[in-house]
Ligand binder design. Structure first.
Ligand code: SF4
Ligand code: SF4
Length: 402
């Protein structure tokens, strides 16, 4: 019988192949892709961590009705969140790497607050107690057969073995909590100088989360600023293509403050429908320090995860080496991810829409000589890759890996 962790790795590799095929099929539908990539790189180089744009944007955000708070570190961010959540016992949230960074779920759960994920993949791994396998496809390592088996056993239900049945089950589960929650928490894909926040999603869940009756809280890093909505939309389009292979996301929310009307005497009145109150918490958490000490380029990242999809070491080792930019980030922030497993092959850089030089930044962080690291990483990877390939062929022949 195959080790379940290895089985998950093989499922994930197949899922990543699907993304690559979709990218290949759709690339001709974005004829100006190269020009868009260049624009994005120029914008990120100029504006990431730029104090002038942050100042202008924050002033405009406040004018638009956002309450803006700054958090230097994780502890401060959690304190601000607890204050905003106050006595509520259930909050719903959407996918966000920054909430993972501050370990939001664990921090709030320790204070008796139930944090419910509303993205299908995130809710699935939350229920199953799994680790996410990819920044935008957290459940890519789970086969339908495995998910149905575990859900049926754990909850005494009788789901049929189909993606549709799993999605319907999770949708009902998520809806129950959305209806209960007065507060929603999201991240942000971009914050613009005009004072707008931009969020991408495909499932429609972000719309539900941001429209909770009491409050919408946005938690975002200080690296998310863009000079205009146009440039933020360009980033959104590129992120979507490199994350999923689709030409555009199902939804782009561009929000410039609370719900308002000027229909009575042309005077502005806030809070007609939802959201009536929007709080934006801007997190530094070592970003300024890292930007000023040789890692500014890491923050140009738009979080598409394409470096992970193309990282041979991640394909071989899974969570032990988080892949591309996420391996670097995880080593810098949490001391996790075994950087000795990086092959310095450069595939992450080649497949990054912004051409981020991840291998160079990894070399800065890992200990020991480059030659020694290269010999060890290649020897470990080769052994593992041969084992996985052989196993994949064997399982395919037995019909256990479709
Ligand atoms: S250089 Fe390292 S992180 Fe980048 S793709 Fe190769 S193994 Fe992965
Ligand atoms: S480093 Fe590049 S490829 Fe990796 S997530 Fe960031 S933008 Fe995408």
């Amino acid at each position: 019988m195959t080790n379940p962790e290895v089985q998950k790795l093989l499922v994930m590799r197949k899922a990543f192949e699907t993304v690559k095929k979709r990218q290949k099929a759709n690339i001709s539908k974005i004829p100006d892709l190269q020009e868009r990539l260049h624009r994005l790189r120029v914008v990120r180089e100029k504006y990431v961590g730029n104090p002038d744009i942050i100042e202008i944007a924050v002033e405009n955000l406040k004018n638009n009705g956002f309450r803006v708070k700054f958090a230097d570190n994780t502890e401060k961010a959690v304190k601000l969140l607890l204050k905003e959540i106050n006595e509520e016992k259930v909050v719903v949230k959407s996918k966000s790497n920054v909430t993972k960074e501050i370990n939001l779920e664990k921090e709030l759960e320790s204070k008796g607050i139930n944090v419910i994920e509303t993205d299908i993949g995130d809710r699935l791994i939350q229920i199953l107690g799994e680790e996410p396998s990819h920044p935008t496809g957290p459940a890519a390592h789970l086969s339908v057969d495995y998910v149905v088996k575990v859900l049926n056993e754990r909850f005494g239900i009788n789901l049929e073995r189909s993606p549709h049945a799993v999605i319907e089950y999770l949708k009902q589960d998520i809806k129950k909590y959305i209806d209960k929650a007065n507060i929603g928490i999201t991240g942000a894909n971009a914050i613009t100088a005009e004072g707008s926040v931009l969020i991408l999603h495909n499932e429609g869940n972000v719309y539900e989360v941001m429209n909770r009756p009491r409050k919408w809280i946005i938690l975002a890093g200080i690296d998310k600023f863009y000079p205009s909505i146009d440039e933020a939309v360009n980033a959104a389009k590129i992120q979507t293509f490199f994350a999923t292979g689709a030409v555009s996301p199902s939804f782009i929310e561009i929000v410039s403050g609370v719900s308002k009307t000027a229909d009575i005497e042309k005077k502005l009145y806030d809070g007609v429908h939802n959201p009536k109150e929007v709080v934006l918490i801007l997190l530094d958490n070592n970003r300024s320090y890292l930007m000023n000490n040789g890692f500014r380029e890491m923050f140009y990242c738009i979080g598409c995860g394409n470096c992970v999809v193309h990282c041979p070491s991640y394909s071989a080792f899974g969570g032990k080496f988080k892949g591309g930019r996420f391996a670097l980030y995880s080593a810098l922030y949490n001391g996790e991810s075994d950087l000795e497993l990086c092959l310095s092959c450069g595939r992450c850089k080649k497949n990054c829409p912004l051409g981020l030089d991840i291998p160079k930044m990894i070399s800065k962080v890992r200990r020991g000589s480059e030659l020694y690291n290269l010999l060890v990483s290649h020897a470990k990877w080769l052994t593992r890759a041969v084992y996985l390939e052989t196993l994949a062929v064997y399982l395919t022949l037995r019909g256990e890996l479709s």
